[in-house]
Design a protein around this ligand. Sequence first.
Ligand code: NCD
Length: 322
Amino acid sequence: MSIKNLASINQSFYKKDLISIDQLDPLSIQIIFRTTQHIIDLLQKNEGGDILKGVLATLLFFEPSSRTFSSFAAAIKRLGGVTVEYQNPTTTSSTVKGETLEDTVRVFENYSDIIIMRHPMTGAPIRAAQAAHAPVVNAGDGSGEHPTQALLDMVTLFQRFGRVDHLKGVIAGDLLYGRTVHSLIKAFAMFEGNELYLLSPPELSLPPELMKEFTKKGIKLTQLETEKEIPTDCQFWYWTRVQKERFSDIKEYERVKNRYVVTPELLKERGNKEMVIMHPLPRVGEIDNRIDSDPRALYLTNQVKNGMYIRMALIALIMGKL
Ligand code: NCD
């Protein structure tokens, strides 16, 4: 593809919102991979530190976050941009006084070029995007989606296997409320030949409407009953936390948390040498600490680094800087 064509494809991100993985296609995902690698290469040469010079991003986080918040902030600042940071506005801001989400967003867009939003309510970023002229990036909405997490997960697999099609993997944990897996399965469904094995307590299985929607897109999804059924030739295991904050009954949470745990024993029994082990973090017991030093474990290393790199790439594309 010529540079000219590439530039025009990059333009398709210009000033656009990113609310759902559905807004992307295989080509735009490849552009994000390529831009991410370009940024990694520049940073390695101590270059690129001014790509976002003059850009001010507002981080509007209505729900607790450490990694996503910090990686967006680090991504923007390391490329020379600046941020207005607002965490947990539900306890510290006008929201407490009853301000609508729409008004909050309209105010902040006066200060900034782009708004990055996390919200406990599924669909909130769509409302924000409808109210705002500035582009809005969804950094996780309730049990809805978490598109930038899916992108960092996909780029991590791409770096390891050189492809994101024809991969076989397990997705385990909270498939009902887990927004990371909702976005990730959608992303996998865009590429040919992926096979996913779903492992969750029955109470936390993928909602039937999502199962139907994803299967219609052509992805092969198989529900497993126990970890003993995990195929031994998977390329990845993607484990997730049970989303405590989405439960109204804490006893129900206690009953289902840590039903499935990655242990050295399980890895020995059902794993293989080439596979990788992933988790969006935070983990609360789903992966035994003894796995951390295993070279196949990418959750504290590659995934975390890529989180910053893909957010750099995405914001640079949306701001028209690359
Ligand atoms: C995830 C999230 O917030 O959805 N964390 C993250 O962004 N890395 C996963 C989780 O909270 O379990």
